[in-house]
Design a protein around this ligand. Structure first.
Ligand code: DAH
Length: 329
């Protein structure tokens, strides 16, 4: 009997030293102190001892049971305290925090749309540097020396020979020097103009240039491509017109207008792009035989067409980073 009591005591201590949490502790309580637990069994055995032996074990057994009970209670209260600490300061009824996910800038969305429409029409996408030579930006594009765009008031010159490109057209020059016809690409990018900032003009904006050079490219193809673009971008019922115009690097040249009809106001034509057949002088400047090849080019302002499509009245909002504007799209 004594041996059994001692073993139970030893096992209880070692079990208790390994207890991990309140559930585990409760399992041990049932195992040792429960109604059918190991102590209950010991007491049953004790009852069957002859009377003269009872005093000898009774005291030990009682003392041990009380001791175990105390140790058990002590550990239990320690676990309960830490559990309470964990809960402190946490209000499980509070609603969760919402996560704000940014949106793509409306200008990036517009550029993405323009690119995907032209990709669908067989154009690849090409890019060029924003810091450009005077030669690529003007001279190779047939700008006469006294052209007003060359004036200090319009162009940000870095030095005598370099400038921030005033349009994406110089990338045409790079492309035609780099690749052999057929060439069919669009060129999106930032351009810079030294202009007074107003609702209509900003010192920086985005253009998308287009270029197609091949054996027999005609003005009719240029028209077809731009009409297809306008319909996909503005909708099938868009009202457009081609108007004769002038650019040094195209001949003949045209501009495309879109009919703009704000609700409750008078409608009017708004220019969205310039275009034309690449001037033979430009082809010769880049080493393409103008007897063998023809091509068309166009250039549009991305802010301008986004303003038209979404009814935005001031170009400056694209660059203000005002969340009230940005989150509308
Ligand atoms: N580069 C012209 C501008 O900034 C736009 C332009 C007009 C581009 C006609 C072209 C073009 O490629 O053919 O105003």
């Amino acid at each position: 009997m004594l041996e059994k009591i001692q073993t139970t005591e030893k096992n209880f201590k070692s079990d208790l030293s390994e207890v991990g949490d309140l559930n585990h502790l409760e399992e041990l309580r049932i195992k040792y102190l429960g109604r059918k637990g190991l102590f209950a069994i010991l007491f049953d055995e004790f009852k069957q001892l002859p009377n003269e032996e009872k005093p000898k074990y009774g005291q030990t057994l009682n003392r041990l049971k009380i001791q175990c009970q105390n140790e058990f209670n002590e550990i239990k209260s320690k676990f309960s305290e830490t559990a309470e600490d964990d809960d402190k300061g946490i209000d499980l009824t509070l609603p969760g925090r919402s996560v704000n996910i940014g949106t793509k800038h409306i200008l990036m969305q517009t550029l993405f749309q323009i690119k995907s429409i032209f990709k669908g029409l067989g154009f690849s996408v090409y890019e060029g540097p924003e810091l450009e030579s005077d030669y690529n930006n003007f001279e190779a594009l047939n700008f006469p020396a006294d052209h007003p765009a060359r004036d200090m008031q319009d162009t940000f010159f870095v030095n005598e020979n370099f400038l921030f490109r005033t349009h994406t057209s110089p990338v045409q020059v790079r492309l035609m020097k780099e690749k052999k016809p057929p060439i069919r690409a669009i060129i999106p990018g930032k351009v810079y103009r030294n202009e007074a900032i107003s609702a209509k003009s900003y010192c920086l904006f985005h253009q998308v240039e287009g270029l197609y050079i091949d054996g027999n490219v005609s003005f009719a193809e240029l028209k077809g491509t731009l009409v297809a673009f306008a319909k996909q971008f503005f909708g099938n019922d868009v009202k457009y017109r081609f108007r004769p115009s002038f650019f040094p690097f195209t001949e003949p040249s045209a501009e495309v207008d879109i009919w703009w009809q704000p609700k409750g106001k008078e409608g009017r034509w708004l220019e969205i792009l310039g275009c034309g057949m690449v001037d033979p002088n430009v082809l010769e400047n880049v080493g393409i035989d103008s007897e063998k090849y023809t091509g068309y080019a166009f250039g549009m302002g991305a802010e301008r067409i986004a303003m038209l499509k979404y009814g935005i009245g001031d170009i400056r909002v694209f660059f203000d980073n005002d969340k009230r504007f940005l989150t509308q799209f």
